[in-house]
Design a protein around this ligand. Structure first.
Ligand SMILES: NC(=O)c1ccc[n+]([C@@H]2O[C@H](COP(=O)([O-])OP(=O)(O)OC[C@H]3O[C@@H](n4cnc5c(N)ncnc54)[C@H](O)[C@@H]3O)[C@@H](O)[C@H]2O)c1
Ligand SMILES: [Zn+2]
Ligand SMILES: [Zn+2]
Length: 374
């Protein structure tokens, strides 16, 4: 079939993207779903910093690529062998396909799925196939999803069936921001009631972490960003203290306010400066986690001595250490009960055609989450 899809041909073009236009809406051919694959009509796709990192070159992807990885939709057709979803089901996409039987999946660490990781790096679906062609040339898939499109053919292992009680458009946010942010607090860090948490970087991912910290019963939730508007929103969502990242000696101020630092400091900005802040405000015996995806050449410098003497822990957090089929329904359930007000993160919606402008707005920090509605 033919459909509209957003294609990135070249990364690193100058800003603003409204002028350099790295993304174009093209009419492409989409091959039907094969074995263990499904055709999904996309209802919404979120504009996330990880797409921006492919556009600005911080995290190069195989090009040309059909971008978009945070999405929801309705199953339109299923290929042979699919028994986990049926036509008409509402689904949220997982930006890592979960094979279900590699060492990591079997060990409960689906966010490290090895075949899923390899397929994403190669720009294919889980089984190695590519389904999108533009004027006879193969287009790479982004994270096995490619959701800035009218439709997507994805592996059945890339979708999670969700309840029809939740608005299917809003549900897109659960595919990346919520899984990554809430999961980092709940799964990667395992925050317990009464513990203290700091979130550094308050975009869709970081603010989801703030919501996760509130839902977990954290007593102290410190929110840090470069932009005062983001601090205001974090406070409204339940942060107990906010700090501008540009404050001279922000580390000293947070440590003083939290009597020596927080139990868990989670970096969600994708910058070494933010990681330094996170590490600096982690208390003795505490954990610094990072979910931000920094530029591929970014390095952190850490002195091992306090790591030892203070028994510190440093952890990476990918996809919130989630098992998507377990955690997406859990987080949607919390949302439906009013305990995870994810709707507060939705800034705006718009058509595919405004995608370059949408990335300019994300880059300038003017939106938390903007959803493209094809
Ligand atoms: N680990 C994962 O699985 C995963 C999944 C999705 C996104 N990400 C990454 O998470 C990060 C956040 O994504 P997002 O979509 O929320 O991004 P975003 O651009 O919406 O938000 C990032 C925020 O960080 C703030 N910031 C930048 N530098 C800072 C600093 N030095 N100190 C404090 N705050 C600072 C910005 O002002 C902004 O508010 C990105 O790096 C993204 O690639 C990771
Ligand atoms: Zn696996
Ligand atoms: Zn994302």
């Amino acid at each position: 079939m033919q459909m509209k899809s957003v294609i990135l041909r070249e990364s690193g073009l100058p800003k603003p993207y409204a002028s350099s236009r790295p993304l174009s809406v093209e009419t492409v051919d989409l091959a039907p779903p094969g074995n263990l694959e499904v055709l999904v009509k996309i209802k919404a796709a979120g504009v996330c910093h990880s797409d921006l990192s492919a556009i600005n070159g911080d995290r190069p992807r195989p090009l040309p690529v059909a971008l978009g990885h945070e999405a929801s939709g309705i199953v339109e057709e299923i290929g042979p062998g699919v028994d986990t979803v049926k036509v008409g089901d509402h689904v949220v996409m997982s930006f890592l396909p979960i094979c279900g039987h590699c060492d990591y999946c079997a060990g409960g660490r689906a966010s490290l799925c090895e075949p899923g990781y390899r397929a994403n790096a190669a720009g294919t679906l889980l089984n190695g196939s590519k389904h999108i062609r533009l004027r006879g040339y193969d287009i790479n898939h982004h994270s096995g999803v490619s959701a800035f499109s009218e439709y997507a053919v994805v592996s059945a292992h890339s979708v999670v069936k969700i309840t029809k009680d939740v608005d299917v458009t809003m549900a897109a946010l659960f595919g990346c921001a919520v899984m990554t942010g809430v999961g980092a607090v709940v799964n990667t860090c395992g925050v317990k009631p009464g513990q203290s948490v700091a979130v550094i970087g308050l975009g869709g991912v970081g603010l989801s972490a703030v919501l996760g910290a509130v839902a977990s019963g954290a007593s102290e939730i410190v929110a840090i960003d470069l932009m005062p508007e983001k601090l205001e929103l974090a406070k409204a969502l339940g942060a107990t203290r906010t700090f501008l990242a540009t404050t001279p000696d922000v580390i000293g101020e947070v440590k003083e306010a939290t009597r020596g630092g927080v139990d868990y400091a989670i970096e969600m900005a994708g910058s070494s400066k933010a990681f330094e802040t996170a590490y600096g405000i982690t208390r003795r015996g505490g954990t610094t986690a990072t979910a931000g995806l920094a530029n591929v050449n970014t390095k952190f410098e850490i002195s091992p001595l306090p790591l030892v003497g203070e028994e510190r822990v440093i952890k990476g957090s990918y996809m919130g250490s989630c098992v998507p089929s377990r955690d997406v329904p859990r987080y949607i359930d919390l949302f439906l009960k009013g305990r995870l007000p994810v709707e507060r993160l939705l800034s705006s919606t718009g058509p595919l055609e405004e995608i370059n402008e949408a990335f300019d707005r994300l880059d300038r920090g003017e939106v938390i989450r903007h959803l493209l509605v094809p």
